[in-house]
Design a protein around this ligand. Structure first.
Ligand code: ZN
Length: 340
């Protein structure tokens, strides 16, 4: 009951890359970089286990950014000529590569870190991939001319990699779709369908993470404009409830998401965000257990999976480590409080 996991990303150590940035520059190159990525991955697996989490991941230590890390292994994308593009409905500008030809995988994308992680933990292993809708919002299109068509092309590539990750021994494959909270109508019209293509044929657990973004200023400013009730999830949750995706994550603690929206997810497992990624204040176990208590009013206990609201990548290592501990300790307290 109340199995814990993080959303996905963790801070990169200062010897691996710049810190507290969304697109950090690597500090090494070639074989040294590969070794450093491996070291950082193992370090975070140990930290997640030490904190007491039930499900662990690679902390996304091998990718510069959660979307572009995947795109780097895709043929048909020009990384040499990045352009500035407003992303997430123009919330902030990003330097993005351009799609210039039909898309094809160059080969495996995440074999190295997935296999490394699998070899070094006996815990359940979760691996994250960007979702198709969010990918098409984080790359410039000079070829397809249509978001849906391009999203479906990416979904096929994601499916190839997801099936290979499953063969590597990954237990949970999670697609990250922060774009679902920005382009709600697109998400309903074709985003969920693209997600199901990406997850086609998987027999491991499938998940989707939908959030209000990393704790960066552009996102925090945006949240200020969303009013006292954040109802974005209300549009996409019914479509996800009707889909084949098994787990859905949402922000809860310190958000303005009405908790009763969780009930829209009907028979899904719900990864409840009990850790705020927009603040360095460390949650107490009591606060985490209280949030789980709120979720219990809307979701049966066996379907609640305490989680972070989003990734922890832009935070300091020290804060992230303490937040992992708070997550595990809060879930343990909730088991005592609400256990049968
Ligand atoms: Zn997120």
């Amino acid at each position: 009951m109340f199995e814990t996991a993080i959303a996905g990303s963790l801070p990169k150590p200062s010897w691996l890359s710049e810190t507290e940035k969304l697109w950090p520059q690597w500090k090494l190159a070639g074989p040294d970089l590969q070794q450093a990525k491996a070291d950082a991955t193992l370090l975070w697996i140990k930290a997640q286990e030490d904190a007491g989490l039930d499900v662990v991941g690679d902390g996304e230590q091998s990718r510069q950014h959660f979307v572009h890390g995947f795109l780097e292994q895709v043929e048909g994308i020009d990384f040499d000529n990045k352009v500035t593009m407003g992303i997430r409905n123009n919330r902030y500008d990003a330097q993005v590569p351009q799609v210039i030809a039909a898309l094809r995988l160059k080969g495996r994308v995440h074999a190295f870190e997935a296999q490394l992680a699998r070899a070094h933990t006996k815990k359940k292993l979760k691996f994250t991939l960007p979702g198709p809708l969010t990918i098409v919002d984080t790359v410039a299109d000079r070829f397809y001319g249509d978001k849906k068509t391009m999203a479906f092309a990416f979904a096929e590539l994601l499916n190839q990699e997801a099936l290979a990750l499953q063969a590597d021994g990954v237990d949970i494959i999670q697609f990250d779709e922060p774009g679902f909270n920005v382009y709600m109508q697109d998400a309903v019209d074709w985003g969920v369908q693209a997600l199901e293509i990406a997850a086609r044929g998987l027999t491991c657990t499938t998940a989707v993470h939908i959030c209000y973004g990393y704790g960066i200023k552009a996102n925090n400013d945006w949240k200020e404009t969303l009013g006292q009730e954040w109802r974005q999830y209300a549009q996409v949750f019914p479509a996800l409830a009707a889909s084949s995706i098994q787990q859905v994550s949402l922000e809860c603690y310190q958000s303005h998401v009405p908790p009763d929206l969780m009930a829209l997810l009907k028979d899904k497992d719900v990864m409840v965000g009990v850790i705020d990624v927009a603040s360095d204040v460390i949650e107490t176990p009591e606060q985490v257990a209280d949030t789980i208590g709120i979720a219990l009013q809307h979701v049966p206990r066996h379907r609640i999976f305490p989680c972070t609201n989003c990734g922890l990548a832009p935070m300091s290592r020290e804060v992230a480590t303490k937040k992992l501990e708070a997550l595990a300790q809060g879930a343990a307290l909730a088991r005592q409080r609400y256990g049968a």
